[in-house]
Design a protein around this ligand. Structure first.
Ligand code: NAD
Ligand code: DAU
Length: 347
């Protein structure tokens, strides 16, 4: 039995769907980013138990540990969008920092009472980001697990704080923790506030494709199910207290990502007139925008035998096809509050 937090969000729901044969208690607050329809196929599945609630609710979290006696917790729940963290940072401190603290405390009390194999096998896996390492120049080596932390946005600072709490619970209390720091994910069920689904959504609605600044910022892209496989691998084989960097070996400038999407759409769903790239529009840059992220995932490969299966080309084709075939899902998540966010952010 796994206790998963944030399992109705983008990565969490992909993880839960991929682990459907396991017993899962899925705790999610269903914020704007959480969507129960992602889990529609598990509706009549007795192994999946969905709980609508917050990781900040101490008594609920304690009760879930006591009632379901999980063998591990996989912690995805977070406020995850950098632009929102610039506008409303408090939400990020509450969920990412205090929420993680609440989970660690509950796990510590629960684990403290376990005995024998149950105690030995228990794991707290914390899902984090490469953004905690800050920004690289073009010639810098990729982030390693030993790269010093230098977060630059309220989002990455809140994730860095949560990583430090997880580390402290291992060193102080011996709580059996694992931390993963991953690069940019893309794939099915990603909320269209993030670059790739936003570009797809705007392109299909003949709207401008907004590129922040000069579009030369570099990210490393990983197909979401490769990230989920990496998490399952760390859960199974990771060494207690260790940190694992996860990446796709796909460093690309934002403008090149957008051109790639436009070319795929030109092929799969041509516009009535012109090409999709005609919609590209340069807009005001994100404040404090990190220039480059890159991940050295050699520890995952050499110690745990994990490598990504998808290339950027295969993963992007699957992603574009998924969004084209799931317009009802996109329509469902792009109603009222989504429109308000887009108007506030891009006007
Ligand atoms: P997301 O925003 O799509 O989903 C977050 C989920 O957490 C939602 O279902 C939301 O309802 C839930 N949630 C938010 N606050 C909650 C609370 N207080 N209690 C319970 N549930 C709450 O995020 P995502 O992109 O799927 O990211 C998942 C995790 O992976 C995050 O911790 C993020 O920092 C990390 N991460 C994301 C990426 C990426 O590219 N998306 C890369 C590396 C790491
Ligand atoms: O690196 C991992 C991180 O990747 C995760 O921890 C975060 O949760 C996730 O949101 C993501 O952060 P980014 O800020 O890199 O992702 P986003 O999709 O918001 O932006 C990707 C790049 O595209 C970034 O350089 C900003 C740029 N961008 C984004 C948007 C939304 C644009 O140029 N235009 C846009 O409209």
């Amino acid at each position: 039995m796994l206790l998963v937090t944030g399992g109705a969000g983008f990565i969490g729901s992909n993880f839960v769907l991929g682990q459907a044969e396991r017993g899962i208690v899925n705790l999610d607050a269903l914020t704007y980013a959480g969507n129960p329809t992602n889990l529609e196929t598990l509706k009549n599945q007795s192994l999946h138990h969905f709980v609508h609630g917050s990781i900040n609710d101490e008594s609920l979290v304690n009760q879930l540990f006591e009632q379901h006696k999980p063998s591990a917790i996989v912690h995805f729940a977070a406020e995850s969008h950098v632009d929102r963290s610039i506008k409303t940072p408090r939400d990020f401190m509450e969920t990412n920092v205090l929420g993680t603290f609440t989970l660690l405390e509950a796990a510590r009390h629960y684990w403290g009472k376990l005995e024998g194999a149950e105690k030995q096998n228990f794991r707290f896996l914390h899902v984090s980001t490469d953004e905690v390492y800050g920004s690289l120049s073009p010639s810098d080596p990729a982030f390693r697990e030993t790269t010093p932390y230098a977060p630059n946005s309220p989002y990455s600072a809140s994730k860095a704080a949560s990583d430090h709490l997880v580390r402290a619970y291992f060193h102080t209390y011996g709580l059996p923790v694992l931390t993963t720091n991953c690069s940019n994910n893309y794939g099915p069920y990603q909320f269209p506030e993030k670059l790739i689904p936003l570009i797809l959504h705007n392109a299909l609605n003949d709207k401008p494709l907004p590129i922040y600044g000069d579009g030369q910022q570099v990210r490393d892209w990983l197909y979401v199910t490769d990230h989920c496989d990496a998490i399952a691998t760390v859960l199974e084989k990771g060494e207690l207290g260790e940190v694992y960097n996860i990446g796709g070996n796909n460093e690309l400038a934002n403008i090149d990502v957008v051109h790639h999407i436009c070319a795929l759409l030109d092929e799969l769903r041509p516009r009535a007139t012109g090409n999709y790239a005609d919609l590209i529009t340069y807009v005001t840059d994100r404040p404090g925008h990190d220039r480059r992220y890159a991940i050295d995932a050699s520890k995952m490969k050499n110690q745990l035998g994990w490598s990504p299966r998808e290339t950027f080309e295969t993963g992007m084709r699957k992603t574009v096809e998924w969004y084209l075939n799931n317009s009802a899902w996109v329509e469902g998540v792009t109603s009222g509050t989504y429109r308000e966010w887009i108007e506030g952010q891009y006007d």
